[in-house]
Design a protein around this ligand. Sequence first.
Ligand code: FAD
Length: 283
Amino acid sequence: MKLPPFDYACPTTLPDAIALLASHDGDAKALAGGQSLMPMLAFRLAQPALLVDLRKLADLRGIRISDRGVALGAMVRWRDIEDDVRLDHAHPLLKAAIAHVAHYQIRNRGTVGGSIAHADPAAEMPGIAMTCDAEIAVAGKSGARVIQAADFFQGALTTALTPDEIIVEVRLPPWPAGRRWGFQEFARRRGDFAMAAAAVFYDEDAKRKARNAHVGAIGVGDRPLRLAAAEDVLNGRSIDDATIARFCEAHAAAEPTRIVDVLVNAALIEGGFDNVSVVVLKP
Ligand code: FAD
């Protein structure tokens, strides 16, 4: 289907982009990679009067790695993450998750900011943001603010962003050496959206007991989830068979109906959601 008519602007500064978005009383939209927005226009799920293309905004580009963690500019594309060898150590969980995003052509266009703003509950980047306690730095006509991932995702395709706000950067906290982690995803075909995915990491204390466990689930709710019950099971315990068994029970307890559905589907396709636990054991 043809796109509906719209005006187009391609500002070169962030303040100009914000002013353009603010000028249309919520009837303007930012355009990043266009991988979700263009289909939404084609299906008339969105009909903004103005598209504000973000591609010339230098402030939104680049991956910065420092002792404060990994900062992903909103216009960083999946391909940039894939190609950045520094992330193999600086954030291996991010890299592993993004390897599951879509197909080559889409990874060439899709952006971190677009995915976070679109807030598809089955998308990998929002799931990683939630699992890792990311901070989402945004700028709008009232100034800049930082939103915690837990407050940002409010439902399917619904976020805390106001219509004039632009995501500038997504900040992931530092990733210590020796951290154990795993990412498992079930999709009908490689590159499809996840039917379900789980991201797990924890650190170890001197007695090799897990601490700081983070467990996230993708595609099993109206937004990316943190499974607090599963985290409680891991923290303070050695990761052995008994802990793994409790961990899997906690998955089921956290989201009874939906997770059971996912378990059944996943078991049919890949041989069992318990693969997540296998990854917990093996960094
Ligand atoms: P756009 O489509 O340009 O924008 C999406 C939304 O975000 C719009 O509402 C736009 O206004 C808003 N927006 C964009 N940037 C900003 C910003 N900086 N600040 C505020 N608002 C902003 N994704 C996955 O995670 N996993 C998959 O498996 C997957 N499979 C896909 C398969 C297909 C066939 C397609 C077409 C897409 C798939 N995607 C998948 C989505 C893709 O990865 C894109 O990342 C995603 O569509 C959004 O990024 P974008 O840059 O294209 O954003």
